[in-house]
Design a protein around this ligand. Structure first.
Ligand code: 4NP
Length: 154
């Protein structure tokens, strides 16, 4: 299974999701490919935001080595599932999709928990550490669903 998380800057939400899922996969003894990326070129090449690093570290996960990159059309070929954090990412991804089968791979991350509601993991970047903790906890719950599904297939 190959899973890609997408957000805006690839410095807060999607690197936390990548780190969380990698961590859970390791614990579950399940192999999968996990990556993350974004749409905002401003942060390309940057390491994650220090608040995302701190909240992850508090939960035993080191995401400090991640390097931000942009989503590209090739990601449709490289990943089985592409999870976005909010509507803006969904429409950005949709704009790059070449056909319907590309879009079949794409969903809102929170739809794993509450199907069909397209609930966002809100952008914590302009807020304080509690917004990062809230985002981390939502992402954590959704990643648990990914693990459950993967374990059922194992
Ligand atoms: P992220 O947070 O999408 O969770 O990585 C953001 C980071 C940077 C910006 C927006 C959101 N920005 O506008 O630069």
């Amino acid at each position: 299974m190959k899973i890609l998380f997408v957000c805006t800057g690839n410095i807060c939400r999607s690197p936390m999701a990548e780190g969380l899922l990698r961590h859970k996969l390791k614990h579950a003894g399940v192999k999968a490919i996990v990556d993350s990326c974004g749409f905002e070129p401003f942060h390309v090449g940057d390491h994650p935001d220090s608040r995302a690093v701190a909240v992850s570290r508090k939960n035993g996960i080191n995401i400090s080595g991640h390097i931000a990159r942009l989503f590209t059309e090739k990601d449709f070929d490289r990943f089985d599932h592409i999870y976005v954090m909010d509507a803006s990412h969904y429409y950005h991804v949709k704009a790059l999709a070449r056909n319907n089968s590309d879009m079949l791979r794409v969903d809102y991350l929170m739809n794993l928990l509450i199907p069909g509601k397209n609930i966002a993991v809100d952008d914590p970047w302009y807020h304080d550490i509690t917004a990062f903790e809230r985002a981390f906890s939502k992402i954590d719950a959704a990643c648990e669903e990914i693990i459950k599904t993967l374990l059922m297939k194992h």
